[in-house]
Design a protein around this ligand. Structure first.
Ligand code: ARG
Length: 368
């Protein structure tokens, strides 16, 4: 596999996309129209007056409200419909961001970010290995001095990738591995890695409309530790998606590995952070801990008793996704169950909630 050094010399293997009109360079003073039936948070919270008061504002890197809401406008079935173009977007567009954040994260104005990423020791929730297929925990991180991925220019993406590669070289032995630049791969090799879930695919229509696919695959890549249990995605929806994963149910091992990776990388990368909002991400759904901790779990009986499953999931602040992740269906009774809360709760609380919730779900599945 090509290593980090490979990247510098490699030339794009694919024809480059025609240069896009850069998002957010001109505020459109006409009122955006959300189609009837759109009930995304942006459609709900952006009143005509609010739009007019924010339409001409530019963030420090030149991002505008028109650029922020393009995905929500283009995709009426969005659930949120707004993205941040840089860390400053959260302050610039606070009059619309804040109600959306409160609504989505179900917090009030006294709740804010809680820090805590310290090693945990939790019992094995599935000692016989009958239910849990795999465990994966990721955090989103962005560098504070570069525009976020829907607004970043090609040269800045390249700069970011180089910085990340330098930081990855500092990882301790147990986490060390190789960086694979998508640019250095043939289309066939890249597709093979996506199929094996070792590389991320080009973004979906929501991300496309937000500008997140611009210049793909330029400066995108994945870092894989030698045992593949620690990974970093570069320049996907966020500058970085840092994750730990393994097949099996050992939540503590996965979480603790993620903590070590974060401890090793954080001194070398200045992350976008706000004392109230926590780590800032492209999508306001991911701020706070920016963490999603989940398992793939096979629940043949609870699949037939969805009300019971939904009740346990809600009680433990969890959410259900389909087998293939966000906006996908459940396949062969394998559910993706992960934390619903990211802001106003610490990473350690999230992992404990997941542990007690998954234990309760396994108990209920056994008893059915
Ligand atoms: N923008 C999409 C929507 O509003 C996705 C939101 C959450 N998911 C994400 N990957 N950021 O429905």
């Amino acid at each position: 596999m090509p290593s980090a050094r490979f990247w510098i010399k490699s030339r794009p293997a694919w024809p480059e996309e025609s240069p896009p009109s850069h998002p957010g360079m001109k505020a459109d003073p006409s009122q955006p129209r959300f189609p009837a039936g759109a009930n995304s948070l942006i459609a709900t919270h952006l009143s005509p007056d609010l739009y007019r008061s924010l339409a001409r504002i530019r963030s420090k890197s030149g991002f505008t409200l028109d650029a922020a809401i393009r995905s929500g406008l283009k995709n009426p079935d969005s659930s949120i419909g707004i993205y941040a173009g840089d860390s400053d977007s959260y302050a610039c567009f606070a009059p619309v961001m804040t109600p959306i954040i409160r609504d989505y994260h179900k917090i009030n104005d006294t709740q804010g970010h809680l820090e805590q990423f310290t090693p945990v020791h939790l019992s094995n929730p599935d000692p016989e290995g009958r239910y849990i297929r795999s465990t994966r925990i990721r955090v989103a991180r962005n560098l504070k001095d570069l525009p976020f991925c829907c607004h970043i220019r090609a040269g800045e993406r390249v700069k970011l990738e180089k910085r990340v590669i330098r930081a990855l070289e500092k990882l301790p032995e147990g986490l060390a591995g190789d960086y694979i630049s998508f640019n250095s791969l043939s289309q066939k090799d890249y597709t093979g890695l996506v199929q094996k879930k070792l590389a991320f695919p080009k973004g979906d229509r929501f991300q496309e409309a937000a500008g997140l696919n611009r210049d793909f695959p330029l400066a995108r890549g994945v870092f894989l530790s030698h045992d593949k249990g620690f990974r970093v995605w570069v320049n996907e929806e966020d500058h970085l998606r840092i994750m730990a994963l393994e097949s099996g149910p050992d939540l503590s091992a996965v979480f603790n590995r993620l903590c070590s990776g974060l401890d090793a990388l954080s001194p070398h990368l200045a992350f976008a952070f706000d004392p109230e909002l926590g780590f800032l991400s492209s999508c306001p759904t991911n701020i706070g801990t920016a963490m999603r901790a989940g398992v793939h779990i096979r629940l043949k009986k609870l699949e037939q008793a969805r009300d019971t499953l939904n009740r346990i999931v809600a009680r433990h602040h969890l959410q259900i996704r389909g087998t293939g992740g966000e906006k996908t269906a459940v396949n062969q009774s394998v559910f993706d169950i992960s934390n619903a809360r990211r802001l106003g709760v610490s990473a350690n609380d999230i992992i404990r909630d997941l542990h007690t919730g998954i234990s309760a779900i396994i108990e209920a599945e056994k008893n059915l």
